[in-house]
Design a protein around this ligand. Sequence first.
Ligand SMILES: Cc1ncc(COP(=O)(O)O)c(C=O)c1O
Length: 462
Amino acid sequence: MRDRTAGLSAAAQHAHDFLDGLDGRPVAARVDAAGVREALGGPLPEHGEDPTAVIDALAAGAEPGLVATAGPRHFGFVIGGALPAALAAEWLVSAWDQNAAFHALSPAAAAIEEITSAWIVDVLGLPSGASVGFVTGGQAANTTCLAAARHAVLAKAGWNVEDDGLIGAPRVRIFCGEHAHATIDTALRLLGLGGSTAVRIAADDQGRMLPDALAEALASSTGPAIVCAQAGNVATGAFDAFDPIADACAAHGAWLHVDGAFGLWAAATPALRHLTTGVDRADSWAVDAHKWLNVPYDSAMAIVADPGAHTAAMSLAGPYLVADPGQRDSTNYVPESSRRARVIPVYAALRSLGRTGVADLVDRNCVQARRMAERLANIPGVRIVNDVVLNQVLVALPGGDDANRAAVSAIQRDGTCWLGGTTWNGRYVLRVSVSNWSTTDADIDRSAEAIARAAHASTAEP
Ligand SMILES: Cc1ncc(COP(=O)(O)O)c(C=O)c1O
């Protein structure tokens, strides 16, 4: 009899060891890629190895090169951890090995996508009936939503972009805030809309697009238009003002897309929902699950108010493909054909948290971001650069850009926590993002002390 489970016990043991050590290990990797290559590289083996031996070698070789991004003191980028139910469900996804493209291939995946779509739309306060595609990340979600937008605005202008492409099509005008995330540019490039032809709308010092400037720009020309707004700036956490932006879009017939990779989760908590007022008036939304919902990588949702526009842009058909009338063929909502059932951990995360648990997670991280800001603001010469409205904190340590860069490197080397830097309003600053379910107040305090030590060292140096 075939042994289908060889290696699973070893993998479970390595996973336990890793997770049990996550709180205590230095956050940064101990070796760079060269160290891992040395342990795991070499020519392709001529003969195969026993699965358990492969897993043991893999775990031993990769371990020093792992970053504790899933742990409680990784404050770089915007990185969530993995909720226990979501992680366990992720294991089942691999064991079940479902192809979630078609209902015919997995009624379970199709049904769980339907259920989870309704939960997501509900918890985020978006229009019921909006369609959801389960994609890899914010990049794919923005691209999928903007493909739906491209379809809709061109269809309104009498042009079928799916059949006829963009050559000869009416020009689509794109408007983005000047601090739109880089993945919007990539999405526009992929869709043939041009990353640099987008009109950049001026923003305020927190990165919020100026609605009057948008209205003026929309009024200055005519034709199909797409506006990309943002819920949660990746540096400051700031939110665009959706009501006046939606008014301007409505006045000019523009499609409104919201990149809410992490910030859209603010809509799930009564304490922060005010930040997203009017966001439900948009036509499409991108939101990650692997960030603030703490689902293991990779996982995000592309949500479109008009399912017809969504499926017109994404649908897949072919003579051997089995379309079950009345059933959800999930491929029609995403760019991929074959794909893993990545919805399942999203379902598990939402079910294990419930509505109140999602709100608690988001609220707790935001309180912790304010706690971090307060601790750091007490260090002489330190300035908090942004309004800490969400989970993001921008910190200017004493000294210039070089001193701040040196401090970031020192903090990463120290290993207590991990954070990165960014340039904001012309200055290099430290960037703290609190988005992990397992972060405690003690983690914040310990990390603030490590940052204080680096600040002290950077000013003490000649
Ligand atoms: C506002 C915003 N949009 C898009 C993205 C890209 O998301 P992903 O890395 O999941 O593709 C990010 C990532 O931090 C983000 O903050």
